[in-house]
Design a protein around this ligand. Structure first.
Ligand code: NAD
Length: 478
């Protein structure tokens, strides 16, 4: 596959010829050598996106035509689903079945926004004067999309699909651990007929390539998914050019089991809530809050299930726990496990690094019981397969604990009492609240954070608002 930069529908080496290595975290094997975009390459990509934007080659197309191209990109991707999913698994370490789900959602997201192109617009306003006043939604311009390594292609599509649908042009910077699926996507976008400069991909580092994109005067908006710390840095770097921002940041999401829940379903939800995607999921239900009267029963079932969840070859169809993304991430996760032990939580499952066939950066599915607020495993995002279990006594304490976090990305509630479900869903300060389910996403359902989990929304109609400016046109009639 191509591993150069993709700028204006051409593949080109970095101006400096610098490159970096991509490693398969499950086997420790070298996967690819990829060109590293430096400042001159960021300039070239932004110039290509700017030229495309201003020439009207993309935003000037009939809206339905843009939609047709995005739909075609979705169809082309669907025909290459397994190839794309294989690449995602090789660079990220997640089970192959999960990568297929990721690619399927990317196809859906492309088709979903393809359908919006000729339906999204402004309003006519009934002003007092009786003049003809309308709002138009105009594309914000050149969008820099900066994405993490956990759902490399899927999360990128949450940005490039609505941005392109709105008429913006895109410069995508994938995470340096996982640039390969973004590059394959570039090939598909070109085949789908997108004009030169509409979609560009520039792999590289965060504080170099990413920061250059954020500071670039030719970029109108940064749409970022990643850690809260980097999100804060992006806010600072974006200030000089007054850039628009969408920030999807970290989380420490509570998954709350009430005593009146369907406990079997709740335990399954607790398990997949934290261990799907190896816990490298922004919305992972990493704090399990359990009502005291059912604590022992929940823990008995959850621990028994978790002990069966052993790390495995991501390409084995029975594997439900893949490799974490890198050695560095493995070390971070293990340092949190050490902190949990030191702070006095009770380790009831997992707790160790693992290998598969003697290789790879795996971490066992890990659960700490008797966790308390103030412990690092309760307060901080770990981004790995580590669950902290906290017990509570009544609904008010459950809500208070759920909200006792700087984050507000997602939450889960398990109860058969519909009144309680609605009250608690209203009381929790988070962008998504799942009731009697967890970790479900749909292109139609907006996703994003409250508090330190960021602002702005991916997905749904709301994402389009983030890639457009509202323009008021006032026509005097007297
Ligand atoms: P990260 O913040 O380290 O990196 C994310 C991206 O930002 C990468 O492409 C990186 O190269 C780039 N980057 C790093 N420093 C930069 C800088 N100074 N300027 C511009 N770009 C820079 O995050 P990560 O480790 O790749 O991913 C894990 C984090 O992402 C977790 O905190 C997780 O919660 C978060 N995340 C959030 C969501 C969400 O929707 N809210 C989804 C997935 C992941």
């Amino acid at each position: 596959m191509r591993t150069e930069l993709f700028i204006a529908n051409t593949w080109r080496p970095a101006a400096s010829s610098k490159s970096f290595e991509v490693i398969n975290p499950a086997t420790e094997e070298h996967l690819a050598t990829v060109q590293y975009a430096g400042a001159a390459d960021v300039d070239a990509a932004v110039a290509a996106a700017r030229t495309c934007f201003e020439s009207d080659a993309w935003q000037g197309l009939a809206a339905r035509k843009r939609g047709e191209m995005l739909y075609r990109a979705g169809e082309l991707l669907a025909t290459r689903r397994d190839e794309m999913a294989e690449l995602e698994t090789r660079q990220n370490g997640k089970p192959f079945f999960e990568s297929k789900i990721d690619v399927t959602m990317t196809v859906e997201t492309l088709k979903y926004y393809a359908g919006w192109t000729d339906k999204y617009g402004g309003n006519v306003l009934p002003v007092e004067s009786g003049d003809f006043v309308f709002t138009d939604r105009v594309p914000v311009g050149v969008v820099g999309a900066i994405v993490p390594w956990n759902f490399p292609l899927n999360l990128a599509s949450w940005k490039f699909a609505p941005a392109l649908a709105a008429g913006c042009t895109v410069v995508l910077k994938p995470a340096s651990e996982t640039p390969l699926t973004a590059l394959l996507m570039a090939e598909i976008m070109e085949q789908a007929g997108l004009p030169p400069g509409a979609f560009n991909v520039i792999p590289g580092g965060g504080s170099t390539t990413g920061a250059a994109l954020v500071k670039h005067a030719g970029v109108d908006k940064i749409s970022f998914t990643g850690s809260t710390a980097v999100g804060q840095q992006i806010m600072r770097d974006a200030a000089d050019t007054v850039k628009r921002l969408t920030l999807e940041l970290g989380g420490k999401s509570p998954n709350v089991i009430f005593a009146d829940a369907d406990l079997k379903a709740a335990v399954r939800g607790a398990q997949t809530g934290i261990f799907y995607g190896k816990g490298e999921v922004c919305a992972a239900g990493s704090r399990l809050l359990v009502e005291r009267s059912v604590h022992d029963q929940v823990m008995e079932e959850l621990v028994a299930r978790t002990k069966k969840l052993t790390p495995g070859d991501p390409f084995d169809k029975n594997t439900r726990l893949g490799a974490v993304v890198s050695k560095k991430q493995q070390e971070t996760v293990l340092s949190y496990i050490a902190a949990g032990r030191k702070d006095g939580a009770t380790l009831v499952a997992g707790g160790n690094a693992a290998t598969v066939n003697g290789k790879g950066y795996f971490v066992e599915a890990t659960i700490f019981d008797d966790a308390k607020p103030g412990m690092r495993i309760v307060d901080e995002e770990i981004f790995g397969p580590v669950l902290a279990v906290v017990t509570f006594d009544d609904v008010d304490e459950g809500i208070a604990l759920a909200n006792r976090t700087i984050y507000g990305l997602a939450a889960g509630i398990w109860t058969r009492d519909v009144t309680k479900a609605i009250k608690v869903a209203r009381a929790i300060r988070a962008g998504t609240v799942w009731v009697n389910t967890y970790n479900l996403y749909d292109s139609a359902a907006p996703f994003g954070g409250f508090k330190a989990s960021g602002y702005g929304r991916d997905l749904g109609r709301e994402a389009l608002d983030g890639y457009t400016e509202s323009k008021t046109v006032w026509v005097g009639l007297r």
